[in-house]
Design a protein around this ligand. Structure first.
Ligand SMILES: Nc1ncnc2c1ncn2[C@@H]1O[C@H](COP(=O)(O)OP(=O)(O)OP(=O)(O)O)[C@@H](O)[C@H]1O
Ligand SMILES: Cc1ncsc1CCO
Ligand SMILES: [Mg+2]
Length: 277
């Protein structure tokens, strides 16, 4: 696919979301749950957050896409998350997985291991998380990289490229790796999206909310277009929001404003390059 076709797909995706206000439910962490919902609303989506197994199944069937983020686990999630993932898989619904802090604790490891069978439509994470997930699923050789230290990345986006491509080829969906430059792949193409701000890693939840916004776009586009649309709007809004702000607090507020203000054409025209694999 060439740049022009990709840009048209992005414009169509954003227009559909702004016109239809699609609901993308979430099971996400308690640190950033409010920011995830606000970002989803700012781009034109509708948010709903749940914790309980039957409610997660209900939400999975009620919308066209769901977001699962394992940032802060509770005991009930050992039931909620597999039931939600199975429901999504069996119903052929899109879902976005953010494997936050993969490697921490046995329950998180088991849940993320078991998701392999249900093939998340889009996997979104920072570089260390994507490398670790590819290793956990046996898709990449053990290497020096991919050590997860809490929730922040210790690897570069380029170091996670092969892991991202292998995951996308396995799921048949898309993988997005966030960092200074974001990489989005469907296993056939790798696209690098530029922009963003140094303030973004200084506020918690830019990555989590990027996952939630990706789920909103996944209600209205194929996985690759959805992941790239989200990466582009985040890079655009981040770059705009940092102008004249004194620090990360005001940046977070301005960032939501810029997510809201970005037009379909501006999102499509945020700088990105396409590499055929
Ligand atoms: N150095 C940077 N310069 C510009 N943009 C950045 C930079 N680092 C991250 N970003 C942007 O911040 C957003 C979140 O990416 P990041 O890799 O920090 O996610 P994360 O580690 O999962 O975050 P969190 O877990 O706190 O939600 C993405 O849109 C990414 O492009
Ligand atoms: C800080 C933090 N801890 C668990 S989840 C989360 C939000 C960023 O991933
Ligand atoms: Mg994260």
């Amino acid at each position: 696919m060439n740049q022009k076709e990709i840009k048209q797909n992005i414009v169509d995706c954003v227009n559909r979301v702004k016109a239809e206000n699609p609901m993308a439910g979430s099971i996400t962490n308690t640190v950033t749950i409010n920011f995830v919902a606000n970002a989803q609303l700012a781009v034109g989506g509708s948010a709903a957050m749940v914790y309980l197994p039957d409610e997660a199944e209900g939400l999975a069937l009620a919308g066209n896409a769901l977001y699962i983020n394992v940032g802060t686990l509770f005991p009930v999630y050992s039931e909620t998350l597999p039931r939600a993932a199975k429901t999504l898989h069996d119903a052929g619904k899109a879902w976005v997985l953010d494997p936050v802090a993969i490697g921490l604790g046995s329950m998180r490891t088991q849940l993320l291991y078991d998701f392999k069978e249900y093939k998340p439509t889009i996997v979104r994470g920072n570089a260390s998380e994507i490398i670790s997930l590819a290793k956990l699923w046996g898709l990449e050789e053990q290497g020096e990289t991919g050590a997860v230290r809490g929730v922040d990345s210790t690897d570069t986006v380029e170091a996670a490229k092969n892991a991202a491509v292998q995951i996308a080829r396995y799921t048949g969906g898309a993988v997005a790796v966030s960092g200074e430059t974001d990489l989005v792949t469907d296993g056939h193409m790798a696209v690098r999206s530029h922009g963003g701000s140094l303030f973004m890693p200084m506020i918690t939840g830019t990555g989590c909310s990027l996952g939630g916004v990706t789920a909103v776009y996944a209600t209205s586009a194929d996985p690759f277009t959805a992941a790239l649309t989200a990466a582009n709007v985040y890079n655009l809004a981040g770059a705009r929001a940092e102008k004249d702000v004194p620090g990360p607090g005001s940046f977070q507020v301005r960032f939501l404003d810029e997510l809201y203000r970005a037009t379909p054409e501006e999102i499509a025209n945020n700088p990105f390059e396409v590499e055929e694999l």
